[in-house]
Every structure is written in structure tokens, then in C-alpha cells.
Design a protein around this ligand. Structure first.
Ligand SMILES: [Zn+2]
Length: 206
């Protein structure tokens, strides 16, 4: 610490970012101080994100659309009857990059983890149920496939079991999960696009 409140505060704030410890935070602050233009650009980028980015009111991924609904939800080019459920908006980008998916998305914003206070009501699970209810209300004869593309860890597995049970009583809904191929214990955001594409193609029904 420098014992200069403004500097120490910036180091502290940066060190709260994932993967950044106090040492890296100090290095970043040196860079920001050396490059005045960078500091200006960073400030502009942060305030643009703050002003324009919100969660899509349907799938809860990010959007800058003024109506609050993202292009994944509005484009007619995607299938309405397949919904890929992910933990984070970053996973939406990962699935897109695999080039193997052409349905809609739903972002839970986490996975069930009672130890960390993440109970099902803290995630966008109610909203997923509601979305599917609305789809089936509009077209009662239709079938909906829910693909669970969650992290291959304990929390991801717990969430998948919970969701499979939630839709078990609704015959119009089939629930599948990504095939093994995503290494156990790994986070989806770090899996390469080919592995993720293969895992999507070989998804298995729960
Ligand atoms: Zn959306």
C-alpha cells in the first residue's frame, strides 16, 4: 500500500476482480498512471457500459437494446423450441463460438450452491419456468427441448438434477445435458470451442 488514499483505493478495487491479486492490481495501477490516455479510455469504456448495458428481460444475457431485449431473443433465424440454459452470459458467447447451436438461450446467473447462499430462488429459474409456460400456452401441442449447458462441477450437477426434476412432470418438455467431453471440474468458459461443439452435438437426455 502507498498510504495515498486514492491510489490505495484503486488498487483495492482492481484486486477484487477475479484472477487479480494485490500484486497484479499494483502493476495495473502503474500502467494506468503512466498512460494518461489509457486512463481516459478506460473511464469512457466503464461509463459507456454502465449507461447502456442491462440484462435482457427474456433470457438475462447482456444487451444494449433500448427495449431491453437482446438479439438472440428477437432474431427470427433461431429456433423457439430449443432453449440452452447456461450459468453466465460469458457461456452464451462460448456456445455461439462453437457454431453448433441455433436455438434460444437462458442465463441462470449462477448455479445452485446452498453453502454460498445460492438457493434456486436466487437464480433465474422461476423466469425459465415462466418462459416455457408462455411458449406452451401459445402452442400447447408443441415440444420444447431444454439443453443444460452448465459447468461440470458439483454446483452444475446439482442444478441439472433440480431442473430435470422441475420439468419431469411436463411431458412437452425434454431436458438434455451436454455430453461428457467437457472435463470434469472445469468451468465452461475455459473449454475450447471444438470440445464445446462436440459436447453440444452429443448431448444426452436426462
Ligand atoms: Zn435475450
Amino acid at each position: 500500500m502507498f498510504n495515498i488514499p486514492a491510489l490505495d483505493k484503486l488498487i483495492h478495487e482492481l484486486s477484487l476482480l477475479p484472477g487479480i491479486g494485490p500484486k497484479t492490481a499494483q502493476r495495473l495501477v502503474h500502467h494506468i498512471l503512466r498512460e494518461r490516455q489509457y486512463s481516459e479510455n478506460l473511464r469512457e469504456a466503464l461509463s459507456a457500459v454502465e449507461d447502456s448495458i442491462k440484462l435482457c428481460s427474456s433470457c438475462f444475457s447482456y444487451t444494449d437494446d433500448s427495449r431491453g431485449i437482446c438479439h438472440y431473443c428477437t432474431t427470427p433465424k433461431r429456433r423457439d423450441d430449443v432453449i440452452c440454459v447456461v450459468e453466465t452470459p460469458e457461456s452464451v458467447m462460448q456456445i455461439e463460438a462453437s457454431g453448433s447451436y441455433n436455438g434460444r438461450f437462458h442465463v441462470l446467473h449462477g448455479a445452485i450452491s446452498p453453502l454460498h447462499g445460492l438457493t434456486p430462488d436466487k437464480l433465474k429459474i422461476k423466469e425459465l419456468s415462466l418462459r416455457i409456460d408462455l411458449l406452451l400456452e401459445k402452442a400447447p401441442q408443441s415440444k420444447v427441448e431444454v439443453i443444460l449447458a452448465l459447468d461440470a462441477d458439483l454446483e452444475g450437477d446439482t442444478t441439472m438434477l433440480y431442473l430435470a426434476k422441475l420439468f419431469a412432470e411436463t411431458p412437452q418438455v425434454t431436458v438434455s445435458r451436454l455430453a461428457q467431453g467437457v472435463p470434469i471440474g472445469s468451468h465452461l468458459d475455459f473449454v475450447d470451442h471444438r470440445t464445446l461443439g462436440r459436447a453440444l452435438e452429443n448431448r444426452v437426455r436426462l
